[in-house]
Design a protein around this ligand. Sequence first.
Ligand code: ADP
Length: 166
Amino acid sequence: MDIMDQKIAIVPGSFDPITLGHLDIIERAAALYDLVYVAVMVNSEKSYMFSMEQRKRIAEAAVGNCPNVKVISSEGMLWKLAKELGAVAIVKGVRNDVDLAYEQTMAKYNSAHYSAAETVLLPAKEEYLHLSSTLVRTKILAREDLSACLPKGAICEIQKVFPTTL
Ligand code: ADP
C-alpha cells in the first residue's frame, strides 16, 4: 500500500500508567486503522506519578510488538500532533457519562482547530469499566498485585521505578 493511503489514528492519553482498559482501546483501534500512534501526552492540569519517559516505557512494554502500533510522546497540543502525523482519527475510550461529556468537549475543541481528524469514541468493555490509572496508582502505593490491571511486561517496568511493588 502507498504510504500516502495509510489510515492513521492517534490514541492519546496521560497513561499514568497505561492499563488493560487503554490497551483494549489501542488494540481495537489497531484493527480499524493501518497505523496507530499511542501518544503519551502532558496535561498541564495534572501532576503525574510517572515521568513522561517512564509513562512511555511502560506503554511500550504494554503494547509489545504489535506491528502497526507505535508509542510516541508529545508535550504539544493534540490537534497539532494529529495534523503533523496526518491522522484521520483520534480514538478514545468511554467508560461512562463523565468520560463522554469530557470527550465531547475535547472533540469539539480539536475539530475546531483541525477538522480533518475525526474523534472516534469506543465504548469501554464491560470488564474494564472500573479500571483506571487512578486505581492502578492506588494499588502501586498500597503494594497490591497489579496483574488484573496491566500486562506483565508493563508491571516489570513499574517494578523498575517502584522496586518493592508486588
Ligand atoms: P487523560 O488524562 O488524558 O484523560 P487517560 O490516560 O486517563 O488520559 O485516559 C485516556 C483515555 O483512555 C480517555 O479517553 C479515557 O476515557 C480512556 N480510558 C481510561 N480508562 C479506560 C478503560 N478502562 N477502558 C476504556 N477506556 C479508558
